[in-house]
Ligand binder design. Sequence first.
Ligand code: ATP
Ligand code: FE
Length: 353
Amino acid sequence: FLMLGIESSCDDTAAAVVRSDGEILSSEVTGQAALHAAYGGVVPELAARAHAERLDIAVEAALAVAGTRLAELSGIAVTAGPGLIGGVLSGVMCAKGIAFGTGLPLVGVNHLAGHALTPRLTDHLPYPYLMLLVSGGHCQFLIVRGPDDFRRLGGTIDDAPGEAFDKCARLLALPQPGGPHVERVAAGGDPGAIRFPRPLLDRPGCDMSFSGLKTALLRARDADVAEHGGLPERRRADLCASFQAAVADVLAEKSRRALAVYMEEEAPTAPSFAVAGGVAANEAIRSRLETVAAGAGARFIAPPLPLCTDNAAMIAWAGIERIRAGHRDGMDLGARPRWPLDTSSPALIGGGR
Ligand code: ATP
Ligand code: FE
């Protein structure tokens, strides 16, 4: 059967049609970078208005590219949280309108579950697998046991690594989003030039912290500027390389611990470690994680980038899995700004915080 997916929880307006065997018939994503560029971050009110204007266009495009019509669909899946509430509401109202008009089943999806279930769409990964979700807004280890069964092993206690990369870029006068630029400049630098902190590595568990890194980077940059009367290209490259090495070290060591817990407590027959989120695009980080997975005897999976970052195909797929598991939402489906993955509480009106 065919599932329509709708995603509007941050700054991407997305719609997709996915078949129940995992074939992606269409995946339309419209970003809002230009809209928010002047503000140095996503402005929630502007994002919500843009979603409201563009969602029906995205849905029409997704149907057209897939060569299908509403009448041929079997259901509608929509991100019901967590995210910027205005955007989530726009998506939920759009999905409800279509469900009301067509009588199709409606299913609300947790955005994080969408990311976490992506390796099942791309690689038919069997449960349970370990997932590192590492993006601009999130950083957490999850054992994925089923479409509605997630165990969180730990995560960042402050910034997400993508956010840290973006701040690093800002401090070094590189464009946004910063990750790819920091990676490019880092390639010409020495990762051992500056010893940045590796927070929380001395403590047990899988929690991480990245906010201290930017303060350390700021200090190192200012010292360089004071010494050289500006920031020489070579020092900028060293700062980027050293920063990236610190993030990679923390992610690698915490992944090693998370894998140990996963192997020990789940005793998986086909051990797998999957990553998702924009930071997984970073080659230096990716190769470190690959090594860690190999060391633990686990298969390493990194879905193609367009499916790692925000998209609606992952929402359609999560909807397919949820509907298969017997879930279905009614017209009381609400939008939740917060929705932790390891509680299965439904997104009901008034249920959000
Ligand atoms: P979320 O999905 O958690 O709400 P988001 O939409 O900001 O957040 P993504 O689109 O998954 O997250 O990823 C964007 C983030 O990934 C940005 O912070 C960006 O800097 C970072 N990023 C992208 N490419 C790279 C790279 N090569 N190296 C490091 N970071 C990267
Ligand atoms: Fe996301």
